[in-house]
Design a binder for this molecule. Structure first.
Ligand SMILES: Cc1cc2nc3c(=O)[nH]c(=O)nc-3n(C[C@H](O)[C@H](O)[C@H](O)COP(=O)(O)OP(=O)(O)OC[C@H]3O[C@@H](n4cnc5c(N)ncnc54)[C@H](O)[C@@H]3O)c2cc1C
Length: 153
């Protein structure tokens, strides 16, 4: 750990909030994630994780699980429906270069969420459901039911 141990509150246990929680908790901080959901849930259907996002998954120890649940994409090609014109043509790893080899990782959000959620818990982050944050000010979070969390509690 670098520096003092901090008490850190995160509003929202989406993939961003949970990945931040995993990194901060692994760095030794006390991390609590507040979310409005009644239980942890992924939002949406599927997405493609680019190499830079895969690096974050590797840092929190969730890459292997995500790769095992997803599909490697080497090229994304899209045509406009109206006229067939090429609108998107992205190649990964055209040269085969890079120490790991680059690819897009197509994954269902539920599988990605599971991997990151597990990493956040493993790192020691606490996740508090039924906690909709209405304001955050001066180190204090106020929840919709009037509860206040933070420095002065
Ligand atoms: C249709 C679509 C396709 C996408 N495709 C891709 C893709 O292919 N690749 C890619 O990298 N990205 C993609 N994205 C973007 C990606 O989904 C977002 O960048 C990512 O989900 C953001 O993560 P997040 O944790 O910030 O927010 P979210 O995943 O949206 O999570 C937010 C969380 O905060 C909680 N919350 C919200 N308000 C409150 C509150 N007031 N109090 C408490 N909790 C609260 C919610 O319940 C939720 O759990 C796509 C997005 C959309 C909409």
């Amino acid at each position: 750990m670098t520096g003092n141990k901090l008490d850190i509150a995160i509003a929202g246990a989406g993939i961003g909030g949970l990945a931040a929680a995993a990194l901060l908790a692994a760095d030794g901080h006390n991390v609590v994630v507040f979310d409005q959901f009644a239980e942890p849930l992924p939002v949406g259907s599927g997405l493609v994780i680019q190499p830079v996002g895969q690096d974050v998954l590797a840092q929190i120890g969730a890459l292997e699980s995500a790769v095992n649940s997803g599909s490697r994409i080497t090229r994304m090609l899209g045509h406009e429906a109206d006229n067939g014109r090429r609108g998107l043509d992205v190649w990964y790893d055209r040269t085969g270069g890079g120490h790991r080899g680059f690819f897009g990782l197509a994954i269902h959000r539920a599988a990605l969420f599971r991997a990151i959620h597990k990493a956040a818990l493993r790192a020691g982050a606490q996740i508090v459901p039924d906690a909709r944050v209405t304001t955050a000010s001066a180190g204090l979070l106020t929840l919709a039911d009037g509860r206040q969390e933070g420095r002065s509690t």
